[in-house]
Ligand binder design. Structure first.
Ligand code: FE2
Ligand code: FE2
Length: 476
């Protein structure tokens, strides 16, 4: 058995960050409307370009993590894109990328097709007018939001400045026509130039194979892409080794050995918090949900006397429990009225979507189960599997109560945030039936302090996994 990170008590351990990032990159694919495995395939292609350039080891390591986390900021522009287009954000993003959106004609046709679907021509045209009015400035702003956020997340989990810079300039183009700053040529970091090419190659490879990808790269050489990098792709157009493995990418096998980062417990906590923030950033109405659920779940666990390690585990589970929501359109998440049957079915799919992502990561296996069960109820009335009674373990029951407690305490598109008394009066109706009695009692004791002290703080524990567990450690 491989040693646990905590036992190793050092930065270098046998468990690599790539074991986790490769899996979590699938959550980012969901948000961007990419088919599963996009980031891994882009990583393979980018690393092959880096090998052809004979980049030094440390630069290859920075590129590797940047490629897997390149879309880490993607959830921040989901709500504005859904609002601007009046359509599913994932669909708009995916179809826009599959087009040369710098061509005015193609861009206009894309907008006509995807803005305000099903609406009359008048509504469609007014959407288009709003989009045109927001123009390059609007696109730059949306891209900047995404890239800056992605770079911050990379720095927050301890990745290099070079990795963060690469993510920041991911969408800049060689001729200065990209976003957000319109940088050109060698002003754009080399790693960003590689990433821009690799991610676009992946999209075209998936749609039409290597000839389609190579053709696209040649057509956009000197405009989108660094001609030197396109030359490498063209030189390898018939090289099976360059294009091989994309159908079943295994990026763990190509993690650069020099500069590889260990998956220490603290780094896993930071990563869980980062992904909690990615989920929370998707919609303004759940801007604090994952971290609030994490805090409440940890506090309930401590109140039940289960100890700091178990509280840490539940804290991590709280951050990751709604990962599957990254795949849900903001048209549904931010809808002010009641959801229709189809929308509700999409919403109810998020525990399974989160489970599918997390179960790819052996290190986070128990997180996968908790993501799947957090909407189950003791009386069998929950979803997705209608589990009941003994089928739900104590940690399932804790997370379920923390989830409802936070959700009722927060504002929603259709109602105000509720005060402590109201949250308790609503939830007490389900104590002992849908919700575990003793967990509910512990929740009842911690909720007032959580409301009063922690809930409104601005990111109190941002990337510092000692909060709120440090309180427990001091008390222990
Ligand atoms: Fe949920
Ligand atoms: Fe939730």
């Amino acid at each position: 058995m491989r040693p646990h990170a905590r036992e190793a008590d050092q930065e270098w351990v046998d468990l690599h960050l790539s074991d986790v990032l490769a899996g979590l990159s699938h959550a980012l694919d969901l948000t961007e409307g990419h088919p599963p495995g996009h980031a891994e395939r882009a990583c393979l292609l980018g690393m092959r370009i880096a090998a052809a350039l004979d980049l030094p080891d440390d630069q290859r390591a920075s590129l590797y993590y940047a490629l897997l986390l390149k879309d880490a900021g993607c959830s921040v522009n989901a709500a504005p894109i859904a609002e601007l287009y009046g359509n599913d954000d994932g669909l708009v993003k995916a179809t826009r990328r599959a087009n040369d959106h710098r061509s005015a004609a193609r861009s206009a046709i894309h907008t006509l097709r995807y803005a305000a679907p099903g609406a009359d021509m008048r509504t469609k045209l007014s959407r288009i007018r709003a989009l045109v009015a927001s123009g390059a400035e609007g696109a730059a702003k949306l891209t900047e939001l995404r890239c800056e956020r992605g770079a911050d997340i990379a720095l927050g989990i301890g990745l290099s400045d070079e990795t963060a810079d690469a993510i920041r300039s991911l969408d800049e183009h060689w001729d200065g026509g990209g976003y957000p700053r319109g940088r050109a040529g060698e002003e754009i970091p080399l790693l960003s130039r590689i990433m821009c090419l690799a991610q676009t190659l992946e999209i075209y490879w998936l749609a039409g194979g290597r000839s389609s990808a190579t053709r696209m790269a040649k057509e956009r050489s000197g405009a989108w892409f660094d001609p030197e990098l396109v030359r490498i792709v063209a030189d390898h157009a018939h090289d099976d080794a360059f294009w091989g493995g994309l159908a079943r990418p295994d990026v763990r096998a190509i993690e650069p050995r020099a500069g590889a980062i260990g998956a220490t417990d603290d780094r896993l906590d930071s990563l869980a918090e980062a992904f909690g923030q990615i989920v929370d950033a998707k919609t303004p109405y759940t801007a604090r949900h994952s971290r609030g659920v994490a805090q409440l779940a940890a506090l309930i666990t401590l109140e039940l006397g289960l100890g700091a390690d178990e509280a840490s585990r539940l804290y991590r589970a709280g951050q990751l429990h709604d990962l599957g929501k990254l795949g849900i359109s903001n048209r549904i998440l931010d809808k002010p009225g009641k959801l229709d049957a189809e929308e509700w079915a999409a919403m109810k799919g998020h525990p399974e979507a989160g489970h599918a992502v997390l179960s790819r990561i052996p290190l986070l296996g128990d997180m996968a189960r908790l993501a799947l069960t957090h909407h189950e109820r003791l009386d069998g009335s929950g979803y997705p599997n209608g589990l009941s009674g003994d089928q739900l373990a104590l940690d399932d029951r804790i997370l379920a109560i923390a989830d409802v407690g936070e959700a009722l305490s927060a504002e929603r598109p259709y109602r105000e945030a509720l005060p402590v008394e109201r949250v308790l009066s609503i939830m007490s109706e389900d104590r002992g039936t849908k919700l575990d009695e003793s967990v509910y009692e512990a929740f009842e004791r911690v909720l007032p302090s959580w409301h009063e002290v922690i809930r409104h703080e601005e990111r109190p524990e941002l990337f510092s996994p000692d909060y709120p567990r440090s309180a427990d450690r001091r008390a222990a």
